[in-house]
Design a protein around this ligand. Structure first.
Ligand code: PMP
Length: 394
């Protein structure tokens, strides 16, 4: 039996809660991937993605797969065996990017934070860039394992002035955090549908700017991955943009219908308003946890992402019990992911369609969970702190 009241709020860092109009598109009778109506929708979705990524000179790619495929689509097409890559490492997903670069035959150097929850400073990255002949630098905008936000604008500027290509893993940032590809000189950024873009899992999304496409065209060796090879996908994206039929691999048709709806919502809200809403929701949750005595994984407030919150369990509170009790109170949260601290913390996703009611419901459920797990606190302290943020003028 399906029941709205039995439904829990999904507040994990992806998949997120989706808008009803997006879900309705998923339920449309599936058209042919070369039907004129569908070609128009796919072409329109690609046009809108340029706005979502703030990349008027960018080439979008929409390919069936998860965010990890988007990571591979980015680096496998730019790297050739023996190329040097600098990975700005802020956690689990930076390690994954490094593994994908290694698989493409590259030599990887890491510039790491000095501790979990930190991020390398700009001067450390500048120093590392000078120490090698790098072709490409990767940045994880928001590392979903630590909730750490990197200074993408500053980092991209460093790379650009060193003549190094920049690839941004924006899986947990695009359409939630401030990110402007063209203005900031980022060559490639990527994401996955199930995060702040607000479409069920299954689409790898990527935008490549002219310098990246030029680097790809100058390759001396073929791309090792057949499915990820831009040679196969670029003509397809260009065809849909020109409203012409084309085929390489069958697109995830209903997901593309849903993407067009979600992208229209993002464009209608506008980049700055959308970012400001994410900041507000994030501040409310973070202030609430602070009022309840919970510490956060990012070691400084300016390193904390606005799309999720990573917080340590209070001492003497059993983590799995807290998450189970919070779920029983109606809100699903995520456990830890970073191997060094996995059992000590949890994560709250707050991106995409998230609103004040979701935030208050989440904080209320966490208070219920904490209480059921035997933690002593003033009931309502978290709710009051969140409400204080939410009641200040937007
Ligand atoms: N990068 C980041 C920053 C992520 O958060 C994730 C997923 N949580 C990925 C990459 C991989 O995406 P997927 O799970 O869709 O393959």
């Amino acid at each position: 039996m399906r029941s709205n009241k039995g439904r829990k709020l999904l507040m994990i860092p992806g998949p997120i809660e989706f808008e009803p109009d997006v879900l309705a598109a998923m339920a449309e009778p599936t058209p042919s991937h070369v039907a004129p109506d569908f070609i128009e929708v796919f072409g329109h979705a690609l046009d809108q993605l340029r706005e979502v990524f703030a990349a008027p000179d960018g080439q979008p790619f929409v390919v069936a797969g998860s965010g990890t495929l988007a990571m591979e689509l980015a680096v496998a097409n730019l790297l050739e065996p023996g190329d040097a890559v600098l990975v700005v490492n802020t956690g689990y997903f930076s390690d994954r990017m490094a593994a994908i670069c290694t698989r493409a035959g590259a030599q990887v150097t890491h510039v790491r934070a000095d501790r979990v929850g930190g991020a390398p400073r700009l001067d450390e990255v500048a120093h590392a860039l000078q120490a090698g002949a790098f072709k490409l630098m990767t940045i994880t905008h928001v590392d979903t394992s630590t909730g750490v936000l990197t200074d993408v604008a500053g980092l991209a500027q460093l790379a650009q002035s060193s003549g190094v290509l920049t690839v941004v893993d924006g899986v947990c940032s695009v359409a939630g955090e401030a990110l402007r590809l063209t203005d900031w000189g980022i060559d490639v950024a990527l994401t996955a549908s199930q995060k702040a873009v607000g479409v069920p899992p299954g689409l790898a999304l990527l935008v490549a700017r002219p310098r990246a496409l030029e680097t790809f065209r100058q390759r001396r060796t073929p791309v090792a991955s057949y499915y990820a090879d831009w040679s196969n996908w670029l003509p397809i994206m260009e065809a849909y943009q020109a409203r012409r039929p084309a085929y390489f691999g069958t697109p995830a048709v209903n997901l593309v219908l849903a993407l067009d709806v979600a992208a229209a919502q993002i464009v209608a809200e506008g980049h700055d308003r959308r970012v400001a809403r994410h900041v507000r929701m994030s501040n409310a949750i973070k202030r609430a946890l602070q009022a309840l005595g919970l510490g956060q994984v990012p070691v400084a407030p300016e390193l904390a992402a606005h799309t999720l919150t990573a917080a340590y369990f209070p001492q003497d509170v059993d983590g799995p019990t807290l998450l189970a009790k919070t779920a029983a109170a109606g809100v699903i949260l995520a456990g830890g992911l970073h191997p060094e601290i996995r059992a000590r913390y949890f994560r709250i996703g707050h991106m995409g369609a998230v609103n004040a009611a979701d935030v208050l419901g989440t904080v209320g459920a966490i208070e219920q969970g904490l209480s059921a797990a035997g933690y002593a606190f003033a009931p309502g302290a978290g709710l009051a702190a969140a409400q204080e943020v939410l009641l200040t003028a937007a």
